[in-house]
Write a protein that binds this ligand. Structure first.
Ligand SMILES: [Fe+2]
Ligand SMILES: [Fe+2]
Length: 255
């Protein structure tokens, strides 16, 4: 066994470990195609192949026991605690907005602006995030979360916002946003909620201060007043974006 595992490459060993862990579970965990994209793979394992590899087991069709347990009627706060991989950036941005004296819609927009990144997906995160919250917040909040995707690439001297130095480091000095982002920016510039979206970028803290004291409790009341929590549980209601929250609730369900 020792010799065999030494002969395996690192990625083969990781695959073997993952395979081993999958067998430890009572149910078969199938990966969505998206999970493979991140490893440069375009592939899907058929249901028949998975069943053949896991005799006597059924596909996972409910909660994934490896993830933090969510309550039966989850709230936005539960997602913050159990499904967002990191909340420091969101809390710091919202704290910044709160201290600057902005109104609650701006603070909520800052608190939610990157929820897609920390729970779901990076690409086009402003659009995903806006869609997730759209049924539950004022249009000003969801519109602004969507628009921050484009606005953060464009300076606005009237509020002291410059192109982030971090983007030069991350994307290189020659990076230019795609045409659809440029068009989105032009449309947003003339929109009545432009300044709310702009304030997300102003309060978007790019370097997290490890000494900053941030706490979700500071925002519970603002969430309560500005986020229409569905009584059935977020994701278990019948809103147009409920399926997105359910996907986070049960990300490894077979179907
Ligand atoms: Fe963002
Ligand atoms: Fe951000």
């Amino acid at each position: 066994m020792q010799a065999q595992s030494q002969a395996m490459t690192l990625s083969e060993r990781a695959d073997a470990l993952e395979e081993h862990m999958m067998h430890e579970l009572e149910h078969i965990v199938a990966k969505s195609v998206l999970f493979g994209f991140a490893d440069g793979k375009l592939e899907i394992e058929s249901g028949a192949a998975l069943m053949a590899k896991n005799p006597g087991k059924y596909m996972l069709m409910g909660e994934d026991p490896r993830l933090p347990k969510m309550p039966g009627k989850p709230t936005l706060i539960d997602y913050f605690k159990c499904r967002f991989a990191s909340t420091a950036h969101l809390l710091q941005s919202a704290t910044h907005a709160l201290k600057a004296g902005h109104d609650e819609k701006v603070v909520l927009a800052c608190l939610l602006h990157d929820i897609a990144v920390v729970s779901f997906i990076r690409c086009d995160h402003g659009y995903w995030g806006a869609q997730m919250i759209e049924p539950y917040v004022d249009e000003e909040v969801s519109w602004s979360v969507r628009a921050h995707q484009a606005l953060r690439f464009f300076p606005d001297e009237s509020v002291g916002y410059a192109y982030p130095e971090m983007y030069v480091k991350y994307f290189g000095p020659d990076y230019r946003p795609e045409p659809y982002i440029v068009e989105e920016y032009k449309r947003a510039r003339n929109h009545r909620h432009y300044m709310t979206a702009r304030l997300i970028t102003v309060n978007d803290i790019y370097s997290f201060d490890p000494n900053a004291k941030v706490n979700l409790d500071d925002f519970v009341d603002i969430i309560g007043r500005n986020f229409r929590q569905p009584k059935e549980g977020l994701g278990l209601d019948n809103s147009p974006s409920a399926h997105m929250w359910r996907t986070m609730l049960w990300p490894t369900r077979f179907l």
